[in-house]
Design a protein around this ligand. Structure first.
Ligand code: PLP
Length: 473
């Protein structure tokens, strides 16, 4: 493809994306295809000869689009959001256009330095502790996902607790780590990958608000130590996936410090709320954490993938993950004056992800970002107030931010039926969880363009489906 052809097709693709976003509300939010349907529409074999770009774009429209669940629809209320924005998409395009692989500072200095700079900006924007700044003992790095960030934190905690011996000799089955029953499943995966093993990952009990109980954590650590085990790590969550519960970080940190555990704080979605000073109390205690992460790719308008991960002591992370083969040696690295991000995560190669984050922050400005976050929280709170005052529905958990956990009082089958019918209708997309053993519906407001009318319609549709329950009964 010549630069001129690229320009022509590039315009066509940007036009297609802009049109897609303009008509996004006309699609069923949850894709309605059956398993195998997309593949059945594709040719069995790859083309022997190159095809025209127009034909490919036509297939995107006709074959791919029906199999897309529209995460960028303002009627998407499922899971946690994975919101995107014009500047985020264009930042990703610029990154692809430059085609940079930034494993070392020297393989593209701008890729490293913009990332360090934007992550330092975010420390201030989110009211995070100064120890996370690159000018202090810590620093930030962009990971692909919160799962990878958690794995890196766990590895660093494991190494610190074993004096960097487990990297050499492997784990001896005595290393234990702590999460709550509500912690994201990525921590289980991390324990498997880190060689700690899920049997050595303790799921600490939670209180009536689904937040980790520090007393139970302290007791479990004492028990494990008496049994000759080596506690190394605890993960506290700001906004659990199931119900947006807030773990008490200061109390957990006190226990962690007493036993010299690495404290990781996972604020995957809710961390974005800290852009607004009035929500920062939810992350109180983060100044005591060894590491912290949140996903701009969830709620901060930066299209997937983009996780921001900070450590208080970068030396511990680098000592855990650094390997320097001869073929990567270079003067800049030897000088010690640069950051080589390959030492800050699992993989070697890395994309220029900070571009999209930079574009998003510059496009919206701090005030613009705050405006959208406040709007989402207000809309969710409004929805929660409708649930609270409805005789057929109830809230199933506190609503600190933009996630509402609620259910119809008629029980699991009724809630399942309401959700299935809504999702089949394509009007909106909701998902569920189980809280205290009961099926619970989750409505999360976080898509970039969700407005009052979308949330009002969601509630109207939920009510309509609930009324059908009594009519059909
Ligand atoms: C609290 C929490 N942690 C971690 C994750 C995993 O996110 P990722 O897909 O970035 O690995 C999620 C995903 O929803 C989450 O809610």
């Amino acid at each position: 493809m010549t630069p001129d052809e690229f320009r022509r097709y590039g315009h066509a693709v940007v036009d297609w994306i802009a049109n897609y976003h303009s008509r996004i509300e006309s699609f069923p939010v949850l894709s309605q295809v059956k398993p195998g349907e997309v593949r059945a529409s594709l040719p069995a074999n790859p083309p022997l000869h190159g095809e025209s770009f127009d034909a490919v774009l036509r297939d995107v429209e006709n074959l791919i689009l029906p199999g897309v669940t529209h995460w960028q629809s303002p009627n998407f209320f499922a899971y946690f959001p994975g919101n995107a924005s014009g500047p985020g998409i264009l930042g990703d395009l610029l990154s692809s256009g430059l085609g940079v692989q930034g494993m070392l500072w020297s393989t593209s200095p701008a890729c490293t330095e913009l990332e360090t700079h934007v992550l330092d900006w975010l420390v201030t924007m989110l009211g995070l502790p100064e120890k996370f700044l690159s000018s202090r003992t810590g620093g930030g790095v962009i990971q692909d996902t919160a799962s990878s960030a958690a794995l890196c934190a766990l590895l660093a905690g494991r190494e610190r607790a074993t004096n960097y011996v487990s990297n050499k000799k492997g784990c001896d089955g005595r290393i234990v780590a702590y999460v709550s029953t509500q912690t994201h499943s990525s921590l289980q995966k991390a324990a498997m990958i880190a060689g700690i093993g899920v049997d050595n990952l303790r799921s600490i009990a939670v209180n009536e608000n689904f937040a980790m109980r520090p007393d139970a954590l302290a007791r479990q650590i004492e028990t494990d130590k008496r049994a000759g085990l080596v506690p190394c790590f605890v993960c506290a969550t700001v906004g659990t996936t199931s119900s947006n519960a807030m773990d008490p970080i200061p109390e957990i940190a006190r226990v962690a410090q007493h036993h010299n555990l690495w404290l990781h704080v996972d604020a995957a979605m809710s961390g974005t709320a800290a852009l607004c000073p009035e929500f920062r109390h939810l992350q109180n205690g983060v100044e005591l954490a060894d590491s912290y992460n949140f996903n701009p790719h969830k709620w901060m308008f930066t299209n997937f993938d983009c996780n921001s991960f900070w450590v208080a002591d970068r030396k511990a992370l680098i000592q855990t993950l650094s390997i320097l083969p001869e073929y990567l040696r270079n003067q800049a690295t030897e000088s010690g004056a640069v950051i080589d991000y390959r030492d800050w995560h699992i993989q070697l190669g890395r994309r220029f992800r900070s571009l999209k984050l930079w574009l998003v922050i510059r496009h919206y400005g701090v005030e613009g970002l705050q405006h959208h976050i406040r709007r989402h929280v207000e809309l969710a709170q409004q929805f929660a107030s409708w649930v609270r005052s409805d005789q057929d529905f109830e809230l199933a958990a506190p609503v600190p931010l933009n996630l509402v956990c609620f259910r119809h009082k008629a029980g699991d089958a009724a809630n399942q039926s309401i959700m299935d019918r809504l999702n089949r209708s394509g009007d909106l997309f909701l998902t569920h969880t189980k809280l205290n053993g009961q099926l619970t519906l989750r409505l999360c407001v976080g898509q970039t363009n969700t407005q009052a009318r979308h949330v009002e319609r969601a509630w109207k549709r939920i009510r309509e489906e609930a009324e059908k329950l009594t009519t059909n009964a």
